[in-house]
Design a binder for this molecule. Structure first.
Ligand SMILES: C[S@@+](CC[C@H](N)C(=O)[O-])C[C@H]1O[C@@H](n2cnc3c(N)ncnc32)[C@H](O)[C@@H]1O
Length: 249
């Protein structure tokens, strides 16, 4: 399976922190995906790179047959604990364990930047049936808020040695795939309510932080706690959820 080494290491050791610290997706973003991809009770939907199931659990109420695909065992274990009874399989985006044209919808949240992008798009085009759909989602922090900008400075975000959503022009790259219609896009406000512990979990479950020596992680956690020391016990961590979708021609 082709999983980036940093992803395998961090998500393999911090799945519980990931579950506690990462934001979910707002209801109107989920409705956008469900409507755009015509997901209903008769649909077969795969949540690829499902992680701990943050998006998976929001698709279950549609009544669709939802299958979660996740390559990292620790993430699958947390997923099964958070979404009991979910159908979860080990697999990677570049070689999906599904027959050609067998899916009505493929959704990928906070993950496509980890894939070998072009092979994964070709694989998506193989497994989604003509008329079916592909949706990509990302939660983006709002760095116009000064403490959020300072948090990402402390995390040395701009020096990180790992791929990121921001590295790829998604409409252009998906637009090169003849099998898919042009990518459409909407954005939704997503204030993630956290306390200091959840914020630390969020930071420590970030891929390039999760591979740091434990003493460096502890020092960063302390600086994060100092950053929000004067805040109310619970406070909003402002995000925007970006939703992209297209259809299989
Ligand atoms: C930031 S997490 C997103 C998890 C979840 N979708 C969410 O919204 O919280 C990224 C996930 O991508 C998975 N991943 C990384 N490389 C992958 C690949 N090549 N194929 C499938 N999943 C991959 C990781 O194991 C991890 O669970």
């Amino acid at each position: 399976m082709s999983v980036h080494d940093v992803a395998a290491r961090t998500y393999g050791t911090s799945s519980d922190a990931y579950e506690r610290g990462r934001p979910s997706y707002p209801p109107d973003a989920v409705t956008c995906v469900v409507d755009a991809l015509s997901i209903g009770a008769s649909s077969v939907v795969v949540d690829l790179a499902a992680g701990t199931g943050k998006l998976t659990r929001l698709l279950v109420p549609t009544g669709a047959r939802v299958v979660a695909v996740e390559p990292v065992e620790a993430m699958r274990t947390t997923l099964l604990a958070t979404v009991p009874g979910i159908d979860v399989v080990a697999g990677a985006a570049e070689a999906l364990p599904f027959a050609t044209g067998s899916l009505d919808a493929l959704v990928v949240a906070q993950a496509f930047h980890w894939f070998s992008v072009r092979p994964a798009l070709a694989e998506a085009a193989r497994v989604v049936r003509p008329g079916g759909g592909l949706a990509l989602l990302w939660n983006q922090r709002d760095e116009s808020v000064p403490w959020v900008a300072e948090l990402y400075r402390l995390m040395r975000w701009r020096d990180r040695p790992v791929p990121s959503y921001e590295d790829v022009d998604w409409p252009v790259v998906v637009g090169e795939v003849e099998a898919f219609s042009p990518l459409e896009q909407r954005a939704f406000a997503n204030d993630h309510e956290v306390d200091a512990d959840a914020l630390v979990d969020r930071v420590l479950s970030t891929s390039h932080i999760g591979v740091l020596p434990s003493e460096d992680q502890a020092a960063l956690a302390e600086r994060v706690r100092q950053l929000v020391a004067g805040f109310p016990q619970r406070f909003p961590f402002p995000h925007r959820t970006e939703v992209f979708w297209c259809h299989r021609r």
